[in-house]
Design a protein around this ligand. Structure first.
Ligand code: TYD
Ligand code: MG
Length: 457
């Protein structure tokens, strides 16, 4: 074994970037004040293979049997879908999210379902076994084969896992466990990476599906889940506005499925409930017949979801007008405001503009452009968008309306919820089989769309 040496290194606690000297701003993720000093031991690589492990062999692709890729459904269909259709053997999944958003609740509900038939081990490194038991009672679950372990030392966790050999493993959370091989404190970049690395190797060797929880941290002294994104198979983020009961589970990386899928949940007093019909819920509190409100169909993975966009345009009392957006990219709003100025002739420069997606949803597809444009115009003109009209399309810089993906899916969902008019890009309207209850109104330019919406077209 090579001689062990210790040296110190500075790591960015947000993204894991490492540097031999301290820096005020991370050159990788641009975060300020995120560098912390850590001691690392060099010489023997702790992430290297153990001496007892055999070296890997070269294999021919054809000879590798794929029959082991049997997915196991956990019974929470929103979670299964986001995972790509169930849990893959040996998969290593990171669930990130703000503290208190419901990560522990979601995983406890998942392993409780799995624990009905198979052995599941839930390692609780933050709460005591009693706390988890009380939570399980509240969730009204009593799985036969769910085992709890309140432990923070990685070596001991690995030992227990090998003895119990569970079918599923949950580590809650990765930031609170530590390995004795590294001197830095639990939660530091090197601890988090090393612990995750060792758990990952166990998962791959034994085919044990593993879920780890990672809190998104604001405090620079604890490493966030981003430092692990590159090594794990699947990264899910649990998002939501603490003021709203809705939570969205989003895949940002998935080696076993699409990254576009989302799962929608509602936090209730008996835990997370699946929301199977998100459109109805997102539209439930819609301010109908009020200027600035527009319904769009956004495609989240394979699922069309109807959401309400709200815009408020009011004259700015002071020199610089404000642009505030929630759930939508800022730059998109600026671009659409510029299109309204130049191509439609609306003067918005001296106005404060607020745009919001109702229900705390985030939208990042270009198909929402025409909806945002319509909401802005509606608020500015103080004219309502007809209440049973749905809008989608991408807006180009010349004010042209461009085609978007999967128009049929969107139209069918809108018709299902009782919408009877749909404004869509002209190039999308050919060869479409739409339900008879909905009238398609193809448009080529932003100007045309606004005339249809507000001039009684
Ligand atoms: P938790 O799963 O502990 O969050 P995380 O692990 O992401 O930090 O969720 C905590 C929040 O969820 C807490 O504010 C209480 C709320 N909650 C409910 O509203 N109902 C419930 O049945 C449970 C278990 C939690
Ligand atoms: Mg928790």
């Amino acid at each position: 074994m090579a001689q062990r040496k210790t040296k110190s290194i500075f790591s960015c606690s947000n993204c894991g970037y490492q540097s031999p000297k301290w820096m005020g701003k991370c050159p990788d993720c641009q975060q300020w004040n995120s560098f912390i000093e850590e001691t690392v031991t060099t010489g023997r690589t702790t992430t290297g293979r153990m001496a007892t492990e055999p070296a890997a062999q070269v294999q021919r692709l054809q000879e590798i049997s794929s029959s082991t890729e049997k997915r196991q459904q956990c019974g929470i269909s929103e979670l299964d879908r986001v995972l790509g259709g169930g849990i893959v053997p040996g998969s290593f999944t990171l669930i990130g999210g703000d503290p208190g958003i419901g990560k522990s609740t979601l995983l406890l509900q998942a392993v409780a379902q799995l624990g009905q038939k198979k052995k599941a081990l839930y390692v609780t490194a933050e709460e005591s076994c009693l706390q988890v038991k009380l939570r399980a009672e509240r969730l009204n679950v009593e799985p036969q084969q769910l085992y709890l372990l309140a432990e923070t030392a990685l070596e001991s966790i690995l030992d227990k896992v090998r003895n119990l050999s569970p079918d599923f493993l949950v580590i809650d959370s990765i930031q609170t466990i530590f390995t004795a091989q590294i001197e830095s404190a639990p939660g530091s970049v090197s601890q988090v990476r090393e612990c995750a690395g060792q758990l990952m190797r166990l998962a791959k060797q034994t085919g044990l599906p593993t879920f780890i929880v990672g809190h998104v941290t604001k405090d620079g002294s604890i490493a966030g889940p981003r430092v692990l994104e590159h090594m794990v198979d699947t990264v899910l983020y649990f998002e939501g506005d603490p003021g709203h009961p809705y939570r969205i589970l989003r895949a940002v990386k998935n080696r076993f499925g699409s990254t576009n899928e989302i799962g929608v949940f509602e936090m209730s007093d008996i835990g997370l409930r699946e929301v199977k019909n998100p459109s109805e819920i997102f539209l439930a509190e819609r301010a109908e017949d009020s200027p600035g409100s527009v319904v769009i169909t956004s495609l989240e993975g394979s699922r069309p979801i109807l959401v309400e966009l709200q815009a408020l345009v009011s004259s700015a009392p002071y020199g610089t007008a404000r642009r505030t957006a929630m759930g939508i990219d800022h730059n998109r709003i600026s671009l659409l405001v510029a299109v309204l100025e130049k191509k439609v002739g609306m003067s918005l420069l001296s106005h404060d503009i607020f745009v919001n997606v109702a229900g705390g949803v985030k939208i990042d597809e270009p198909a929402a452009d025409l909806g945002i444009l319509a909401a802005l115009a509606s608020s500015h003109l103080n004219k309502t968008v007809p209440r049973r009209t749905v809008v989608f399309g991408e807006v180009g810089l010349a004010g042209e309306i461009r085609a978007i993906s999967q128009p049929e899916l969107r139209i069918v969902e809108a018709a299902r919820l009782g919408f009877d008019r749909c404004i869509l890009p002209a190039s999308n309207s050919k060869n479409i089989e739409a339900p008879a209850s909905i009238k398609l109104l193809p448009v080529r330019t932003a100007q045309e769309a606004l005339e249809l919406l507000f001039d009684g077209g």
